[in-house]
Design a protein around this ligand. Sequence first.
Ligand code: TRP
Ligand code: ZN
Length: 850
Amino acid sequence: MKDAAPQPIYLADYTPPAFLIDTVELTFLLNPTATRVISKIRFTPNPNATSKEFFLHGEELTLIRATIDGKEITPEFVEDGLTADVPDAPFTWETEVEIAPEDNTALSGLYMSNGMYCTQCEAEGFRRITYYPDRPDVMAPFKVRIEGTDPVLLSNGNPTASGDGWAEWHDPWPKPAYLFALVAGDLVARDDSFTTMSGKEVDLKLWVRPGDEGKTAFGMQALKDSMKWDEEVYGREYDLDIFQIVAVSDFNMGAMENKGLNIFNTSAVLASPETSTDANFERIEAIIAHEYFHNWTGNRITCRDWFQLSLKEGLTVFRDQQFSGDMRSKAVCRINDVSALRGRQFREDNGPLAHQVQPDSFVEINNFYTATIYEKGAELIGMMKTLVGDDAYAKALDLYFERHDGEAATIEDWVKVFEDSTGRDLTHFRRWYKQAGTPRVAVSDDWKDGTYTLTLRQSTPPTPGQDEKLPQHIPFAVGLLNPNGDEVVSTQILELTEAEQSFTFEGLAAKPVPSLLRHFSAPVILERDSSPEERAFLLAHDTDPFNKWEAGRTLAKDVLVALVTGEDAPLEAYLDAITVMLRDESLDPAFRALTLGLPSQDDLAQTLFDAGITPDPQKIYRAQQTLWQAMAEHLQDHLPRMMAEMDVTEPFAPNAEQAGKRALGLGLLNLLNRLDGGAAAQTLYDKADNMTLRLGALGYLLQAQKGDAALADFRKQFEDDDLVMDKWFSLQVYHAVPDEAADVVEKLSKDPAFNWKNPNRFRALFGALAMNPAGFHHSSGKAYELGADWLIKLDPVNPQIAARMTSAFETWRRYDADRQAMMKAQIERMLNAEGISRDSQEMLGRILNG
Ligand code: TRP
Ligand code: ZN
C-alpha cells in the first residue's frame, strides 16, 4: 500500500455523522514520553444519519482500555481509527490512551516546544490525542482536567477549579475537536481586561516564556482593538469570561483560533521596537485580529466539512483586512493585499496547483490552507459586498449570525443568506467558488459622436481538471477622467456577466481616459494595451489611490519587460512620472514608498510567460537592478534632502504614519546605496535604534557587498533572540547575488544555529531561497538540488511544512528546457524518496502532472 497513490476524498460523498456528542470529559496525565489521555464521551445516535456505523478516528495512539457504559470492550482497529458494536441508544464511551508528546515532531496533536506542552488540532490533529469523531460537524461542550508538574495548565473556556498540580476548565460552547487546545508549561502572563458592549468584564491573558514579557504590550493592544472593532463594525461580542493567547516557538503556521485559547507562533505575536520591523508589527496586528475574529466566523459558526474551509478563512481574512484598513491607511492596505494576492494566489491559480475556492476533492486537507482558500476567498466576499452594497452586506451578515449561530455551515448557506436578505439571485456568482483559475479581462474602447464605449471581454484559461470555463460575474469598477485630468464620471460598478459586453457613456465633451478596475474590484488580470502617456496621465491624475499606484506599477512593468526583451523601454516617461509622484508631499509617504518597490521577479516571469516569452531569471534580475540604478541616477540630486525629510524625530511608535516615513526613507536609501557604495547604509546601521531601520540598513550593506562587519555585529547583539536570528538567516539569502545564493544557503545550513526542525528557522533559510528567484533558478541547478535534499530530510519529521514548501517548484513549466529538466528531475527525486509523506506525495504529484 505504501507506494500506492493516496486516495482523494470527495465533497459529493459527504454524509452526516452517525453519532452526535452531548458531552466530552477529558483528563490529561501529562508526561513528555507517556501522557495518558482519559476520555469520557456521551454519544447519541444522530436521527438524521444515513448510516449507523460507529467509527472513531485515531492516529499514533496506544489504547490502554475502552469501555461502553462501564463494560470493557475490544474495539476493532481499522484504517485511520477504530469501530465497535454500540447500542442503538445514548451510551457513555470511555477510553484511556497513551501518547508521547516529546516524539511528536510533526507539530500536530499534543507536542512539546521548548519544554512546554501545546496542541495544534486543526485540521485533523485531535485524532492524535484520543479516539474521537474528528470532523467539524460533530460539536460538543468540553470539560478538561489537566494533571502535571508545570506551573501553568490551560485549556479552552473558563477555569472552574485548580489546585497544586492540577486544573480544570469548562468550555460551554459546543465546538468541533479541531478547536480543542491544551497548554502546560512555565509561563508568565501579561494581564489586562476588556469590558464588552453589554458591560461584561473579560479577563485577557497573553502567555509567554519568562524573558519575553517585554514583547507583549503591542499584541495585547491589538487584541483589545480587535474586540472593540468587532463590536462596532459587526456587532459581535465576546462570549466567555476569559480570552487567552499563548506564544509558542515551534508552530507550523501563523496562529490558531482555538476557542478562548488562541495559540500563536512567537513570530505572529511577540513584538518590540528593538527586535521587530514595522512589517512585523503590521502582520502581528492583523493575525491577532484574524484569530480573534474567528471566534464568530469559524467557532460560533464553523464548517460542516473541510471543503467549506473558505467559509471561515475567506470571511475572516476579509474581516482582518477591513480591520487593518480601519486601523491604518485603507489605500496602502489595499495595495499591499493585492500585491500579496498577485504574488501568491495568482501564481497558484496559474500553475499546476490551481484549485477551486470550494474544492470537489482533496487528498490531504493540510495542503489546502492555500492563498486560494484564504485570499481569493476574501476577494469573493469583497465582490459580494460591492455587488449588494454596504448596507445590504451588513444586513446579510446579521442574518448569517442569527440563522447559523451554533451550526456547522456550508458555503451554500453563506450565499443563500445573501440571496434571502437582498432578494438577488446569485446563481451566476456561485461560479467563483467552483471555477479555478484567474479570469483575464481584455478592455478596448471607442469614441464616436460624443459616446464613449467600453468593451470588456473575459476568458479564463484552463486549469488542471477543468478545461472549459464559463464567464464569471465580475463587478468591474470604472471611472472616467477628461483630458485635463478632472474626473467626469465617478466610480461606478459595471456588472460583467457574459463573455463580452459593451457599456456606453453619453454626454462627454471629449474622449475620456478610463480608470479601470478601480480598487481592484475583482481578482482578475486586466489586459489593456495602453500608451506610456496614458499610464503617466493616470499616475498623475487618478483619484482612485489604488489605480494611481497601479498606473505606476504597469508602467514599471512595461519598462522591465522591455529591458528583458531588448525592446525600446519607456524609461524617460517612467522616471519623470515617478519623480513627480515621489516629490508630491500631498501624498502619504507610505504610498510613495510603494511606488519604489518594483514588480517582483516572479511577477515578471509570469508576465513574460503569459506573453509567450520564456523568462530568463538572470535577465529579469538584471533588469530590476538596471531600473533601480537608472532611478538612482535620475533622482540623485534630490535623494539626500528627500531622505532627511523622512527622519522620524519622535520616539518610536509602530503606527502607520511613522512606518510610512521609515518605508520611504529606506526606499530612497535603496537608490542612494547604488551611488555611494554603502556609506549611508553604514551610517544608518550604526545609529539605528529600531529593527526596521537596522535591518533595512543591513540589507543594503549586504547588497553593496559591505555587510560582513555588520552581520557579525548583528549576530552578536541578537544571538539569543530566535526571531531576530531568523531575520539574520533570511536576509543573507535574500540579498545574496544569484551566483552565490546556493552556496550561502549551504554554508548557513551548517551553522550551529541552524535548528532545522524549527519551522521558523527552516523557512528563514529555504523560504528565503525561494524568494530569491535568480538564485533559486540559477543555471547551475545547484539551488534546486539543495532545496530538494532538505525537503527530503524534513519530510519525515514535519510533513506539513515540507509539503507546503514544495510549491517552490510549482512554476517549473515556465522555464527553458534545461531548467525544466533539472527541476523535473528534483521533483521526481523527492516523489521517489523512501517513505515520502502523503502530504508531499500529493503536492509533488500535482506539481508534476498538473
Ligand atoms: N485556522 C488557522 C488560521 O487560519 C490556521 C491553521 C490551519 C493552522 N491549520 C493549521 C495553524 C495548522 C497551525 C497549524 O488562523
Ligand atoms: Zn484563519
